[in-house]
Design a protein around this ligand. Structure first.
Ligand code: NCD
Length: 309
């Protein structure tokens, strides 16, 4: 029997496969509730704190929506410059304060390891909504959910991760999860933005995965079932000139997909900048807005589970 009450969600490594399966299956139950009534009150009286030290549209607002649709309420901030952080308060003191106000804490921060640090100081479950380039576990859960919904399985699918694999936290966490679920993973990035060695070593050592790396999408487009496109992470480049060199490295448009399988799906955690042409939006390849829809039931499953409901 899976029980995630009180569990911190920091990287997905803390979750066993059956616990991930449990969250995906609960998400499916919540999706049905959303379609039928749009609401349940199982988290009535509970409070989520969203502490967003970095910009966000989807992650913060879908967590907020998820909490409201579970009957709970939300406090928090998305403009840290209005908090005591500007007076010099450190993260751990903020966490030791907020744990007195809320039942669970969702945090996004530019420092790798910040969510883990927050969890060490919080007696309430901490949910990592992105810590620097490191991890983004709730995005990965909704990515897995989307792939399952759209392709009916994950095991054996050929899935290409394209774009900024160096700084992109969604790609780091997703590649771990895809390996765990038995997908055939292909990495496509400029050489300077390839998947970090700590990620590829883990895939090799823990899952015995052969690392396949390419620099051109054209080399792999015929064979794949899922194209997971990511944004070049401008804000993480130490040197803006380096960003200028690679910012237009990939653009997925109808021409690129000419030789793709008819059933190929294109995913993207969003926001997109150059890398997915809007001409794709109304084609059956495009599933990235559907992906944002699945974010709500998946985050409902996470909140309900860590709060023991
Ligand atoms: C991503 C992020 O913040 O890592 N966005 C998201 O949560 N959907 C992707 C990105 O910013 O490129």
């Amino acid at each position: 029997m899976v029980n995630l009450k009180g569990k911190d969600i920091i990287s997905l490594r803390e979750l066993k496969k059956d616990e991930i399966e449990y969250l995906l299956s609960r998400a499916s139950d919540f999706e049905k509730i959303l379609q039928k009534d749009g609401y349940t009150n199982i988290l009535e009286g509970k409070i989520l704190a969203t502490l967003f030290y970095e910009p966000s549209t989807r992650t913060r607002l879908s967590f907020t929506t998820a909490m409201h649709r579970l009957g709970g309420s939300v406090i928090g901030f998305s403009e840290p410059e209005t908090t005591s952080t500007v007076k010099g308060e450190n993260l751990t003191d903020t966490i030791r304060t907020i744990e007195n106000y809320a039942d669970t804490i969702a945090i996004r921060h530019s420092e790798e390891g910040s969510a883990k640090l927050a969890a060490q100081y919080s007696s309430k479950p901490v949910i990592n909504c992105g810590d620097g380039s490191h991890a983004h576990p709730t995005q990965t859960l909704l990515d897995l959910y989307t792939i399952r919904k759209e392709k009916k399985k994950i095991d054996g699918l050929k899935i290409a991760l394209v774009g900024d694999l160096k700084y992109g936290r969604t790609a780091h966490t997703l590649s771990y999860a895809l390996a765990l679920f038995g997908a055939d993973i292909i990495f496509v990035s400029p050489e300077s933005l390839s998947m970090p060695k700590d990620v590829t070593s883990e895939l090799k050592n823990k899952f015995d995965i052969e690392i396949k790396e390419y620099t051109k999408m054209e080399s792999i487009i015929r064979d794949i079932d899922v194209l997971y496109v990511t944004r070049i992470q401008k804000e993480r480049f130490p040197d803006p000139e380096e960003y200028e060199k690679v910012k237009g490295a990939y653009k997925v448009d109808l021409k690129v997909l000419e030789n793709a399988k008819k059933e190929l799906i294109v995913l993207h955690p969003l926001p997109r900048v150059y890398e997915v042409d809007p001409e794709l939006d109304n084609t059956k390849f495009a599933k990235y807005f559907q992906q944002t829809y699945y974010g709500v039931p998946v985050r409902m499953a996470i909140l309900a589970s860590v709060l023991g409901k």
